[in-house]
Design a protein around this ligand. Structure first.
Ligand code: ADP
Ligand code: MG
Length: 339
């Protein structure tokens, strides 16, 4: 069959609603769309003098700003201007863009290139980029051509000078695996500046919590398991003052002849990940870091992923497809969160 089926299963991470038998604290919710996905913000007992309308506007402006910097879906964004600039000299860029690239490159170094923002040509080739029209699966030659354009070592940063440099003119930066977590961190910084001490901020499944929920307890986060027959089991963690990010092969993928092609690309093979690791959740201080590490660990697969997470002391949870169902692997740091 030549018709591509695009299945988008959003929200692998859902927030468990607190049961309302007990008294609940006052909350303020804000939701909307950004970066091609939904965002949800819950503030619990914000200070009485909080100007919620002003805050609401500031949050929308921040999200708009981040898209204007980091979205490859906007032809006039900072990243698109950089991508279409063929110069291999230093290019002066927006400081925030430089900061994002430089922090993302640090994750590439930690993960030996499993997370790599120069993966854009492959993302686009496999039909997960801005020009998402259905097309035939790429040929080996096309994959090989695109792979030659990929490699985080082909990007240099000098953020003291707000400058970036491509070693090859064909380098194309894709910040889609970084921007949502980054945006969560920027919004939580806005809330912190307003002395809001209890909140949960979530964009497309990447989230950060501070303080307590409307029952004066830690926030309860359910991580769904991708099981067949719609029988979605989940594990639950209780968090406060941390970020949680999940990457999965079950949210944005298409199938061809029984093979699943997901939007997470292994830069080493130039192909979507095909192993049995189906989802990874990372808990960390920074949402941007958790977001990128979840992608990297998914790329690394069921053996290398948990090994790196243990080595880094990262609270991580892995779901692996087996004939018997979903096998779970948790690092010791993650196991503590489930109690
Ligand atoms: P998930 O939460 O499932 O990781 P994200 O939207 O956060 O989903 O990240 C996936 C996006 O990251 C892809 O759509 C693609 O643009 C980009 N991407 C894919 N593979 C990689 C990779 N190996 N390194 C960095 N970014 C990637
Ligand atoms: Mg992610």
């Amino acid at each position: 069959m030549n018709v591509r089926t695009l299945l988008i299963l959003l929200l692998s991470v859902i927030l468990v609603a607190a049961c309302d038998s007990e008294k609940t604290l006052k909350t303020y919710g804000l939701s909307g769309q950004t970066m091609g996905t939904a965002f949800n913000i819950t503030l619990v007992t914000p200070p009485a003098d909080t100007d919620l309308k002003k805050l609401h506007t500031a949050i929308f402006e921040e999200l708009e700003h981040i898209e204007n910097v980091a979205s490859t879906y906007r032809s006039d964004s900072e990243v698109s201007a950089f991508n279409t600039n063929p110069s291999t000299d230093w290019i002066t860029v927006n400081p925030e863009f430089c900061d994002m690239v430089s922090s993302a490159l640090a994750v590439s170094a930690t993960t030996n290139g499993a997370f790599d923002i120069t993966v854009g040509p492959l993302v686009n080739l496999w039909g997960f980029g801005p020009s998402e029209q259905a097309h035939e699966l790429p040929t080996d030659d096309e994959i090989s051509v695109a792979r030659n354009k990929v490699g985080y070592q082909m990007l240099r940063t000098d953020c003291d000078q707000n400058a970036l440099r491509k070693i090859s003119a064909e380098v194309y930066v894709d910040l889609s695996g970084w921007a949502k977590g980054y945006a969560v961190d920027k919004i939580t910084a806005l809330l912190d500046a307003e002395q809001i001490e209890n909140y949960l901020v979530e964009i497309g499944g990447e989230l950060r919590a501070r303080g307590h929920n409307n029952k004066a307890s830690k926030f309860t986060i359910a991580i769904e398991k991708p099981l067949q027959n719609n029988d979605m089991q989940h594990t639950i963690i209780h968090v406060s003052d941390v970020a949680v990010a999940t990457s999965g092969d079950y949210r944005n993928f298409y199938e061809r002849d029984g093979q699943r092609y997901s939007h997470t690309i292994d830069p080493r093979t130039g192909r979507p990940v095909t192993h049995d690791l189906t989802g990874v959740t990372v808990v960390s201080a920074s949402t941007a870091y958790a977001d990128a590490m979840a992608t990297a660990l998914l790329v690394l697969g069921p053996d290398e992923g948990p090994a790196l997470a243990e080595q880094l002391g990262l609270a991580s949870y892995f779901m692996v497809r087996t004939d018997q169902g979903i096998e779970e692997i948790s690092t010791s740091q993650f196991a503590q969160l489930r109690q």
